[in-house]
Design a protein around this ligand. Structure first.
Ligand code: PFF
Ligand code: NA
Length: 454
């Protein structure tokens, strides 16, 4: 209790905390990743599993993670050490914090590369390159970018430096205003694009692709990917939200925050999906074309619609801002740990971490050209391996352990003080955290091991 923590900033209000947490959640996961993995995994049934995972695993884990952070009050490793001491639990719990620190660094190493595509597209859009562009020409534009490793490396470097510079100023300064303008901006452009999507003649097809489930297309691997994405998109399982929770005031409602964040995140992902698949089907494109999907579809819409150069440029600027506000939360577990527990200066730690992340990111840069077919793990190249290990293994594992800590190690009193829930809701939540969420994660893991074996 009450350890001295000079570097800890505290949130001025519920709004600021919500903004930062929404900024972490809403990012490339919604705009870039959700549509392309949905396309690769056949649509409806995958989306349904994803939504069930958000509700039964994602929201409860998000609440548990905020609770751990606010109750432990420090960086992930220190938080787990504080909580372990207070609740007389095993000393090994600090590994949960370490898992988060490592996952954040590994995710950020590819996240900055993809955000770099966003910067490149922002410039192209600004130059008017997408005006009246055909879907074939967009495809060629995108492959041109991927085939230039040094261009990708350049944008990856730009994003890495931007992330370090923002992160070294601390979580609060700056992001307030940026996110205040980014979230409504993103929503407005997505709604304008939705209007465009209804004029393509393929909106109905897009809608049924996303919302009419065909379970014959669902494999155990697809279930694992849907579950992993529920963690990725809500920024949970790796202690980023735990750090943000440690900045949250005692009077603020964890439950309300968790529900709002999940709702906003899901809305933005579904809107992006509806728009992108309308463009896919209207232009006879392939839903399963992979990580390029966002970048091969939206320029077609901007090229055709009224004010497209303006909206397109603004959209890619917002994509980059959304990515940056997530990137600073990906680096925060490692950064706050180095700052508070190693006694390093924040800016020095940020540059050091940024260099490591930049270096690992080179593997992802080459995964889209020279090393595309370089097999690291079961047919996956470097990018695919990093994505798979972090999103589908480290985050669910971390989230499962958080459930175990909150539901099995902590006591009723702590949970009640932190959450102030009506008794029935508390019972349901604790039941979910005790049984449903952790068992679901284990069942999905086990089924994948069995399926991979046969
Ligand atoms: N939630 C972010 C997105 O959807 O783009 C990605 C992310 C951020 C994952 C922070 C994990 C994290 F800790
Ligand atoms: Na997200």
């Amino acid at each position: 209790m009450g350890q001295l923590n000079l570097s800890k900033e505290s949130w001025s209000s519920q709004t600021v905390f919500i903004l930062a947490a929404v900024g972490s959640a809403v990012g490339l996961g919604n705009l870039w990743k959700f549509p392309y993995i949905t396309g690769e995994n056949g649509g409806g049934a995958f989306v349904l599993v994803y939504l069930i995972c958000i509700l039964l695993i994602g929201v409860p884990v998000l609440i548990a993670e905020f609770l751990l952070g606010r109750s432990g009050g420090a960086n992930p490793l220190q938080t787990m050490a504080n909580l372990t001491r207070r609740h007389k639990a095993s000393k090994l719990w600090w590994l949960l914090g370490l898992n988060g620190v490592l996952a954040g660094v590994l995710i950020l190493s590819f996240y900055t590369v993809i955000a770099g595509w966003g910067v490149a597209y922002f410039i192209s859009s600004l130059q008017g390159s997408f005006d009246q562009i055909s879907s074939d020409a967009v495809g060629a534009h995108f492959s041109g970018l991927l085939q230039s490793p040094y261009e990708l490396l350049f944008w990856h470097t730009v994003v890495s430096i931007a992330t370090v510079m923002i992160a070294s100023r601390g979580v609060r300064s700056g992001i307030e205003k940026a996110i205040n303008f980014m979230m409504p901006g993103l929503l407005i452009i997505l709604l304008i694009l939705l209007g465009y999507a209804t004029t393509t003649g393929a909106f109905g097809q897009s809608f049924s692709f996303l919302f009419s489930p065909d379970f014959s297309k669902l494999s155990w691997e697809a279930v694992l990917i849907a579950m992993g994405h529920a963690f990725f998109t809500l920024s949970i399982g790796m202690a980023a939200m735990m750090v943000y929770g440690s900045y949250l005031g005692e009077k603020q409602s964890i439950i309300k925050a968790g529900l709002w964040i999940a709702a906003a995140d899901t809305l933005i992902a579904l809107l992006a999906g509806l728009v992108i698949f309308s463009i896919v089907f209207a232009n006879g494109m392939e839903p399963g074309s992979g990580p390029g999907l966002l970048f091969q579809t939206l320029p077609v819409a901007f090229g055709q619609m009224w004010g497209g150069v303006f909206f397109g440029t603004l959209f890619f600027a917002l994509v980059v801002m959304a990515a940056l506000s997530s990137a600073i939360s990906l680096i925060e577990p490692a950064l706050s740990w180095m700052e508070q527990s190693w006694g390093m200066k924040r800016s020095k730690a940020a540059w050091l971490l940024g260099s490591v992340i930049w270096f690992i990111g080179i593997g992802t840069v080459f995964s889209f050209n020279r090393w595309e077919d370089f097999d690291v793990l079961g047919g996956r190249n470097i990018f695919e391996t990093l994505d798979f290990i972090t999103t589908n293994i480290m985050l669910p594992l971390g989230g499962m352990l958080m459930c175990v800590f909150v539901a099995w190690v902590m006591n009723d009193q702590v949970r009640e003080d932190q959450l102030k829930l009506a008794p029935l809701w508390m019972k349901l939540l604790v039941f979910d955290l005790k049984w449903i969420a952790p068992v679901a994660v284990m069942v999905v893991f086990a089924s994948n091991l069995v399926a991979a074996d046969s």
